[in-house]
Design a protein around this ligand. Structure first.
Ligand SMILES: Nc1ncnc2c1ncn2[C@@H]1O[C@H](COP(=O)(O)OP(=O)(O)O)[C@@H](O)[C@H]1O
Ligand SMILES: [Mg+2]
Length: 333
């Protein structure tokens, strides 16, 4: 089977994607033949001999994406792209059009989970608790924020990841700076109440009958910023398993599966929680979570008894399984 591993991309998370892709390539079982496709920061697609260290700028040849000519000869696509243009349903739509099975949630699930506000609205509709928020599309109303929340508040671009553009604002001045910064990355931003408690994560895997892993815990100094996520001298502690009761673990696992379904996910997603005084909130879902060998998604599965290589094989199997299932749908009337 030819597996296209797609990495890089026109995204603020380009570098992270390369690291994730390298781990997936290393873990790929011998039964699979990897085809490496790098997308540059400008958006060009290249067939590559290896995954570059810092960024995709060139390859063996450019990939022909003309409709009808096909996207290479691949059996399954594994998009390892984080953030917009990769995790948000856009590339998933391309694979759907080209009739190529792909790893991770479909078009709708990917775009729902990418938009933090749409995701919350759907979670709320299924009675899954989320942190209270306000969204802004252009003008920010400081009065509205201050009427609704006490400081500190969290400010985020609605569609991004890796904490890019995310700030914790402790007063009005910081709020204005934070909203300006978030607007550099997206046309819509959200402002949320800050939760003072634990940050917990659960990996979910499966299509129609998804399963939850054990729970992991993130202990950042302040909050889990881009620097804390990826720099070598990060002070953040990752605990696997989380230091929580069996009872809380069970509740989180159940809620993770419900959140996965509420956001119409299939394949995989990491469901992230904030827990304050035993009260659970779903913070967000990541449909293409970090995949480096120290990343939470594979680590939680490893500790749940599924090693990295078997996890990758299972994700590929789920991609084919969904594709076969959808093929049975009528396309004529
Ligand atoms: N409402 C909140 N209360 C407390 N901490 C938060 C809140 N929202 C975000 N954070 C912190 O900011 C980090 C990044 O925010 P998150 O919503 O996960 O965005 P991203 O998609 O960029 O990861 C979280 O991992 C957490 O540490
Ligand atoms: Mg996050």
């Amino acid at each position: 089977m030819n597996i296209a591993i797609i990495f890089g991309g026109k995204s603020a998370e380009h570098e992270v994607s390369l690291r994730s892709a390298r781990s997936i390539l290393d873990a790929l079982d011998d039964q699979f033949n990897p085809i490496l496709i790098g997308i540059s920061k400008k958006g060009e697609w290249f067939l590559c001999d290896k995954i570059p260290n810092d960024q995709v700028t060139e390859g063996r040849s450019e990939v022909n994406l003309s409709p009808g000519k096909g996207l290479l000869n691949v059996d399954v696509a594994f998009p390892v792209l984080h953030g917009p243009n990769g995790e948000d349903g856009t590339i998933q739509g391309l694979f759907r059009m080209m009739d190529i099975p792909f790893v991770g949630p479909g078009v709708l699930g990917s775009s729902i989970a990418m938009d933090k506000e749409v995701s919350k609205i759907l979670l709320k509709s299924k009675k899954i608790p989320v942190v209270d928020w306000i969204s802004f599309k252009d003008e920010v109303s400081v009065e509205d924020v201050e009427e609704k929340f006490d400081y500190p508040v969290f400010v985020k671009p609605a569609n991004l990841g890796s904490s890019v553009g995310v700030s914790k604002a402790k007063n009005r001045e910081e709020l204005m700076e934070a909203t300006d910064k978030a607007f550099e990355y997206d046309e819509k931003i959200i402002v949320e109440r800050a939760i003072d408690g634990k940050e917990l994560e659960c990996s979910v895997l499966g299509n129609l009958n998804p399963k939850a892993s054990i729970i992991g815990e993130i202990r950042p100094d302040d909050f889990y910023s881009y620097e804390e996520k990826y720099s070598d001298n990060s002070n953040t502690e990752l605990l696997v398993p989380a230091d929580i009761s069996k009872e809380l673990q069970k509740r989180l696992q159940k809620l993770a599966v419900r959140a996965f379904k509420a956001n119409m996910c299939e394949g995989m997603a990491r469901v992230d929680f904030l827990v304050e005084n035993q009260k659970i909130y779903v913070n967000e879902l990541n449909t293409i979570p970090g995949f480096t060998n120290i990343s939470m998604y594979p680590k939680l599965w490893e500790e749940s008894g599924l090693d990295f290589s078997d996890l990758v094989t299972e994700l590929i199997r789920l991609a084919v399984d969904r594709h076969d299932r959808r093929k049975k749908l009528k396309t004529t009337y």
